[in-house]
Design a protein around this ligand. Structure first.
Ligand SMILES: Cc1cc2nc3c(=O)[nH]c(=O)nc-3n(C[C@H](O)[C@H](O)[C@H](O)COP(=O)(O)OP(=O)(O)OC[C@H]3O[C@@H](n4cnc5c(N)ncnc54)[C@H](O)[C@@H]3O)c2cc1C
Length: 376
């Protein structure tokens, strides 16, 4: 995709910040396994956290194409903080038609003063999001919420949440969306999960026991919650696609650098055509994925009719590519790649979740099938 001057400037800045400030933080975050606040502060320092939010609410108001370029650069060196970067996009999309909520909450997210979380998944409801059981019962001027959310990224450190709960009967039309202040009485943090990768983010259970959420925090109308969730997820899917491109490029660059200096049989291992072709195949896959991710971002930004199909295609294609490329990057390193010392195994572990969250890649394929073949 041809970039304009401003997009190239954002891209260069993000690359510099990623190399100089985020790369040194990533190994420590992987050991400590929790929200990497230092890396988040780096994003705040460079105004990246407010990129998604419009100027009226204190942000920079840049679209998802610019966001995709930036997240790719961040993910080359620190996939966990790149994931945090996408949350304001989800909030901005969810509150696009809610002037009052946008005015109350977006400025805090734009400045980075508040951190956001997305609370949809439950122990019994993952891919089948329409089956959530957390209930929000209208009582006076608030909804009383009871239930349990799990697998909530940064739920323990977030100030604001996008909460999905059932206000009506079964199925998607019974679900509503709310802005939740995480310090609401009755909201507690449960189990902290131990993860394979993305260990610069935390992952927790969030419990609701008679937590009162004001009626004015309902987004849109009762029953429109799943639509709000899906709008946010389209942005998320496109951005995860670019995150995957960046993570893959970061791993391949490291592997190439290493391989150029590694000698076996009296010559650099890169002089073997077998290894050259392995490297070239990875670079070709990354280059093709980058174009698909940016094209999907452009379609989402310009509200093109097939934007959702492209968001799903990009998410599945780019994250599958990332898993393949990061695994092959470990292979190019040989045994050293299997050690913690070089960081490439961390990138392989980080890659795996990209195929699972924001809708698994099986669910993306269902969405694409419906888009091109219609519903059965
Ligand atoms: C690290 C991490 C971070 C996360 N962050 C968040 C977060 O911040 N907020 C949030 O709400 N959630 C979050 N999640 C949850 C994540 O979105 C879910 O794990 C994901 O949607 C899959 O749900 P599940 O784990 O229940 O798997 P299931 O839905 O139980 O799926 C199990 C398997 O069955 C497959 N499958 C299911 N249905 C079908 C079908 N119809 N056809 C074909 N295959 C199918 C799936 O693809 C998968 O392979 C996170 C999860 C993890 C691990």
């Amino acid at each position: 995709m041809k970039l304009n001057d401003e997009q190239r400037e954002f891209q260069s800045l993000a690359r510099l910040v990623s190399e100089r400030q985020l790369a040194p933080l990533a190994p420590l975050a992987d050991v400590e396994d929790g929200f990497d606040r230092d890396a988040w502060e780096v994003l705040r320092e460079h105004d990246f956290v407010g990129l998604a939010i419009d100027e009226e609410h204190g942000g920079l108001g840049r679209g998802v194409v610019t966001g995709s370029l930036i997240i790719e650069e961040l993910a080359r060196n620190h996939a966990s903080v790149a994931l945090c970067f996408l949350v304001p996009y989800i909030f901005a999309a969810a509150l696009a038609d809610s002037d009052d909520l946008a005015a109350r909450y977006l400025p805090k997210l734009a400045s980075g003063e508040a951190l956001g979380a997305f609370l949809l998944t439950e122990p019994g409801s993952g891919s089948d999001a329409a089956s959530i059981t957390t209930r929000a019962e209208l009582n006076g001027d608030s909804y009383v919420v009871n239930g349990t959310k799990h697998f909530i990224t940064n739920g323990d450190v977030a100030d604001l949440g996008l909460l999905y709960a059932r206000t009506g009967g079964p199925g998607g039309s019974g679900i509503s969306a709310f802005v939740l202040e995480m310090d609401t009485p009755g909201v507690t943090i449960g189990r902290h999960e131990q993860k394979m990768g993305l260990r610069g983010c935390s992952l927790v259970e969030v419990r609701f026991e008679n937590a009162r959420v004001p009626v004015i925090n309902l987004i849109g109308q009762e029953g429109t919650g799943l639509r709000v969730a899906l709008t946010g997820l389209d942005f998320a899917r496109v951005l995860v696609a670019s995150l995957a491109v960046g993570l893959a490029q970061g791993a391949l660059d490291m592997a190439l650098e290493y391989a150029k200096g590694r000698e076996q049989f009296g010559r650099p291992v890169t002089s073997n055509q077998g290894l050259q072709w392995l490297i070239v195949d990875q670079q070709m896959a990354i280059a093709a994925s980058r174009e698909l991710a940016l094209e999907a971002a452009r379609k989402v930004e310009e509200h093109e009719p097939d934007a959702l199909q492209y968001a799903s295609m990009a998410k599945a294609f780019c994250t599958d590519m990332c898993m393949q490329v990061t695994t092959n990057a470990v292979q190019i390193f040989g045994g050293y790649g299997y050690l913690r010392d070089y960081g490439v195994e961390r990138m392989m572990r980080d890659a795996k979740i990209l195929q699972i969250f924001e809708g698994t890649n099986q669910i993306q394929r269902i969405a694409v099938a419906r888009s091109i073949m219609g519903r059965e």
